[in-house]
Design a protein around this ligand. Structure first.
Ligand code: S3P
Length: 182
């Protein structure tokens, strides 16, 4: 049995895509925390936010994370806001190799422009923000979250020119050179 791998990083960092590819490459199970929440709650993330707000969503997120935190032989992709306290970082790191995916800021903006399924990036009336509003919202959220992301065992900076496959191959290299045997 091998310690699990957890991927953290901002929305649009590629956690789900790379997590899925990585798990395939090393023969681990793949889980995406948002998908798990939606499955167990039988609701979309947007429905949960509209029913119980961000605070309610965060408690569900912490609840399901705590249930999955100690699983071995699996890659778990977190939602971008799942790691916002020191105790969460410490609990994840105690049982997993924690990897921070950090593509360039502008790449994140490009990926998130036009995203309608992320309530954190919409206006209170549900409409989309323009690019300047989006940049400033993302900057604010990132400033709050980056100190937690940066405590990961590994920080991986995918080059936007790389294909998802190449990014994942390079990510696996970083993981192996961190004395983590797969
Ligand atoms: C959130 C990120 C989303 C999802 C929810 C809130 C956030 O996941 O958990 O919309 O606060 O950063 P992704 O990072 O997979 O988009």
């Amino acid at each position: 049995m091998k310690k699990g791998i957890v991927l953290c990083g901002f929305m649009g960092a590629g956690k789900s895509k790379l997590g899925q590819l990585l798990s395939g490459m090393i023969g681990y199970r793949f889980e995406d925390l948002d998908e798990e929440i939606q499955k167990y709650e039988s609701k979309t993330i947007a429905e949960i936010f509209s029913e119980v707000g961000e605070t309610g969503f965060r408690s569900l997120e912490q609840h399901y994370l705590s249930q999955k935190i100690a699983d071995a032989n699996r890659v778990l992709s977190l939602g971008g806001g799942a790691m916002q306290s020191q105790s969460t970082v410490d609990a994840i790191k105690a049982k997993n190799l924690l990897v921070y995916l950090s593509p360039p800021f502008d790449e994140i903006i490009i990926r998130l422009m036009g995203s309608t399924k992320r309530p954190m990036l919409l206006k209170p009336d549900g409409s989309q923000k323009n690019v300047d509003e989006l940049r400033s919202e993302i900057r604010t959220l990132m400033d709050k979250r980056t100190p937690f992301y940066e405590q990961a065992h590994i920080t991986f900076r995918p080059d936007p020119e790389w294909s998802p496959m190449r990014s994942t191959t390079n990510l696996l290299q970083s993981i192996k050179s961190h004395e983590y045997e797969v």
